[in-house]
Design a protein around this ligand. Structure first.
Ligand SMILES: [Zn+2]
Length: 157
């Protein structure tokens, strides 16, 4: 069995900006309102697989950590990241962006596509699940009607 949260309906959203290096349109810095929908598969422990309130708190915490930030993929081979004083400089070919360090969140992925962000969020959720949970599905929507997702199977404890 599973439980499910819809990011739009349950208000599990964040607004952030990113870019996809060298993409004709998405290569320019731009923003989205993202919604995080999740499906948690597993056996019940007591009454629930996981209490909705606890799951919502966890997803809200993840959304909050990304909200109103510039998201940069730390492991993107197309990007060079330097720090200079309290600034972060991101070099992408001929382009150089300088951001205050406080404005940036680095994610441990090689892209900030919705696909990569879904994997990042799934791994953050996985680290907080009990042994009764065996699969996590995460979908990240970039605006309404457009999203990407992943499925993460967890090892039996
Ligand atoms: Zn985008």
């Amino acid at each position: 069995m599973w439980i499910e949260l819809n990011g739009w309906m349950a208000k599990l959203r964040f607004s952030a900006c990113h870019l996809i290096p060298y993409h004709q349109k998405c290569g320019r810095l731009h923003g989205h309102t993202y919604a995080v929908s999740v499906k948690i598969h597993g056996a019940r422990s007591d009454e629930f697989i996981i209490d909705f309130e606890l799951l919502k708190e966890l997803i809200s915490e993840i959304c909050g950590s990304l909200d109103h930030h510039v998201i940069i993929a730390r492991n993107d081979p197309r990007i060079k990241i330097r720090t200079e004083g309290d600034g972060v400089i991101v070099d992408i070919g001929e382009k150089n962006y300088r951001f205050p360090a406080d404005d940036v969140v680095f994610v441990p992925t090689d892209s900030t596509s919705a696909e990569s962000l879904s994997e990042y969020v799934a791994s953050r959720i996985a680290s907080r699940m009990g042994p009764n949970v065996n699969r996590i599905e995460v979908r990240i929507d970039e605006g309404i009607g457009q999203g990407a997702g992943c499925m993460l199977d967890l090892e039996a404890a």
